[in-house]
Ligand binder design. Sequence first.
Ligand code: HEM
Length: 396
Amino acid sequence: MTAVARRAVLLGGAAVAAGGVVAGAVALTPGPPPVAVPVPGAETVAFHGAHQAGITTPAQAHAVFTALDLRRGSGPDDVARLLRMLTDDAARLTSGRPPLEASDPELPALPSRLTVTFGFGPGLFDAVGRGGECPAVLRELPAFATDRLDPRWSGGDLLVQVCSDDPMPLSYALRRLVRSARSVATVRWTQRGFGPARGSEPAGTTPRNLMGQRDGTANPAPGAELDDAVWVREGPDWLRGGSMLVLRRIRMELDTWDDFGREGKHMAVARRLDTGAPVTGGGEFDEVDPRMVDGRGIPIAIGGAHVLRATARDPAERMLRRGYSFDDGPTADGLPDAGLLFAAYQADAARAFVPVQQRLAESDVMNQWITHVGSATFVIPPGCAPGGMIGEALLG
Ligand code: HEM
């Protein structure tokens, strides 16, 4: 390791030891004396803590979701070995260090707020002999009338979610994590997503999706509201402090959307494209008023508008939507192949995602342009302390 690389690694480590999200400094010019220049790439997000990172962490620009399947015959010891290894790798990578035994410290040195989040699918519970404890809603979501699910994007025993503002450390982290896992697990699917580049708009601006909408406006506000929606407060040790993830791959019919008139686009959601503000007036963070009528007494927001159908009718329906766009197109015919990796985190998917999606499947103007083509559900176990292991309470 060169002196410069060692210095970068040490600084990355120091940022994490401080326990928060800290902008570090990295020596960029070779030769003594090194000039320390603060770079956003050195910023880290603490891996350890009561909750896993990568959920209430402000969304990074890039994400990859990979579902692994345990090899046939894997038992509790194999799963524990796997999780111990992955936890150690993730703790190192997110602090800007390579995994144990890796000889290339340059690649992970600028993590750019890298987070690694693990989720457990029903098959993992079965493999460790705790199948009966997997929440029923995660073993099988109800079928929704509008579903067109492809097994290619569905299911999985173990989710590895990696997010970063930079696709370089993200790529390295994923390949090292999968390498550590592959004696015990195979890769079932990988889905890559992106949001706006970091810094393209002021921090805290609601990102746009590929339909051009500001998406995430009505998410629970950071703090108590968000924590109440996302984290499990009661129940078994292995779940308390954790969450539940419903990941849906939703294809968008962008060709027909692009041809649709602008006013119609506003009406489909009941929010404006430019500002994200309700069509009934006010600013982005105001609610749509379903009672407001025009001069002829006709409601301004149509009843089937996405927001009116989706809004929580009970606090238990609240969820954090932290989705990423995907774009695998164009197809050979020159058509878009794109959409949203819709990722909803909530304390109880049976009381949040399920009733909300039931309403949307029943009626939502947006259904003309969106189709759910993949579905995967995971328990997000709580976080762990340094030296601990994700899932330690489940694996005893
Ligand atoms: C490609 C699919 C989807 C698109 C493009 C989309 C887009 C939007 C947009 C533009 C908004 C308004 C701004 C905001 O508050 O974020 C919104 C709100 C919302 N969406 Fe979606 N959405 C999609 C799928 C879903 C799904 C599958 C669910 C849940 C099952 C959902 C639940 C919600 C909720 C809860 C709100 C906030 C409603 C409120 O104002 O309280 N969305 N969505």
